[in-house]
Design a binder for this molecule. Structure first.
Ligand code: SUG
Length: 430
């Protein structure tokens, strides 16, 4: 929705790249582990992502996109001592270090919620929108995304009167970007409370977000009203490798699972004192277990306000197919609010790697002036979506198995597909 002062949120989705595959690279991400070795469908994956973007546009919401990164990432492989031509680097890496090579091929930059943490202008000391690119240092296949993400963000949000794009925090301190960030503000164009959720190491699965990383970002962005909150170890153990698998915030609504936070009473109390008209929509474990929430990605939905002021959840299909989750939605989403409507979408190709609707997008709240300063090449209308669909339909592989990553035909296919994409987009991207 557009506020009285004209602020509105634009979602930037990662266009799913041609190398999308199920290599099982993310320990603690149960969907990805469960689908390891299966055959992926990159073309279908990208079309599903584009259909989501199309739905958002048709609902009257702002929509942008990020380009897929070049894969395999040969420059990264060279850092491991592989040399010669690009093809020689790839062949040697596949032969000698197949896991490393799979990590160099991952299309994981599609999950744009992990691109950066974004503090909207009303919250920051200098009144600009601040971005800190995520270092994603916990997972090898994601740790080499940041240089290209930084480049694209600086290209999109180049106007320093409105935007500041920061480099990642030091890699020793894991940071996974907006997946562990929430903001509560009513109205949205007034100063909000920014929340970052970190994990404590020691469980069976990695805790990807460090508390130091959260606090560093708040300092860099000049945030006055901030909270750093611990994710519950039970949630991480159950497969919530990011906070956005168990909670999401929008305007004055916190929508969260009962077991999302380590000390929810202290957290809710701190929120009550900082957020006007706070509404906590908590889903009790007795109605939806952590396991069902994580399998369905109920909380990885996009909670949005439509132009008529109604609030809607954009949910993955899996929520309809999980009986306890479907029952909760039927009983709690409706005209009496606070969440009025539910839209279900099919993003199964991404879901099988643990990425739901909210993972695929980075939210950026912008004033009208700041929106005009965004590089228009990365903003979508129906015509550009059609162009993207056409290039994906002609050039993205139909199927891919992780064992095919080592074929030189695959690398050529990925490169050609990306080249065709850049050729079809009218504006200069590189
Ligand atoms: O980092 N999956 C991603 C999913 C990211 C979801 N993002 C948010 N929750 N915001 C991850 O675990 C799987 C890739 C593989 O196994 O091949 C992967 O990276």
């Amino acid at each position: 929705m557009t506020t009285a002062s004209g602020f509105r949120e634009i979602n930037f989705d990662g266009l799913i790249g041609p190398s999308h595959n199920y290599a099982g690279l993310s320990l603690g991400n149960l969907a990805a582990t469960m689908h390891a070795g299966k055959i992926s469908r990159p073309r279908e994956a990208a079309l599903q992502g584009l259909a989501k973007m199309r739905l958002m546009l048709s609902l009257g919401l702002g929509q942008g996109f990020f380009l897929p990164h070049e894969r395999p990432n040969v420059a990264w492989l060279r850092q491991f001592g592989f040399g010669g031509s690009d093809a020689q680097v790839c062949a040697q890496a596949w032969r000698e270090e197949p896991l490393l090579f799979a990590q160099a091929c991952s299309a994981s930059a599609m999950w744009a919620a992990n691109a950066a943490t974004v503090s909207p202008a009303p919250d920051t000391a200098d009144g600009r929108t601040h971005f800190t690119v995520a270092n994603l240092s916990t997972m090898a296949h994601r740790s080499h995304e940041w240089p290209e993400t930084l480049r694209q963000l600086r290209h999109i949000f180049a106007d320093q009167r409105y935007f500041a794009v920061h480099e990642p925090v030091p890699a020793r301190f894991g940071d996974e970007g907006a997946a562990n960030f929430m903001r509560l503000a009513a109205p949205v164009d007034e100063r909000g409370v920014e929340i970052m959720v970190y994990g404590e190491a020691g469980g069976a699965f990695p805790a990807r977000q460090s508390a130091e990383g959260c606090r560093a970002i708040f300092r860099r962005h000049g945030i006055e009203s901030s909270l750093t909150v611990q994710q519950s170890p039970e949630a991480i153990a159950a497969g919530a490798f990011h906070n956005d698998v168990v909670a999401v915030a929008h305007e004055n609504i916190l929508f969260a699972h009962e077991e999302a936070f380590a000390d929810k009473d202290a957290f809710y109390e701190a929120l009550q004192t900082r957020c006007n008209d706070l509404v906590i929509v908590e889903v009790p474990a007795s109605e939806v277990s952590l396991e069902a929430a994580i399998a369905s990605y109920l909380f990885n939905s996009q909670l949005v306000t439509l132009p008529d002021g109604q609030r809607a959840l954009i949910l993955p299909m899996e929520c309809k197919e999980t009986p306890s989750v479907r029952r909760w939605i039927e009983a709690n989403v409706g005209a009496n609010g606070p969440i009025h409507a539910a839209h279900f979408i099919d993003v199964r190709e991404s879901m099988h790697n643990g990425g739901g609707p909210a993972c695929l997008r980075l939210r950026v709240l912008l004033s009208p002036e700041a929106e005009r300063a965004v590089n228009p090449a990365y903003l979508l209308d129906a015509r550009t979506i059609e162009r993207l669909e056409a290039v994906v339909s002609s050039h993205w592989p139909e199927q891919l198995s992780p064992t095919c990553l080592g074929l030189s035909d695959s690398w050529q296919h990925f490169n050609n597909a990306r080249g065709e994409l850049l050729a079809v987009l009218e504006q200069p991207f590189e």
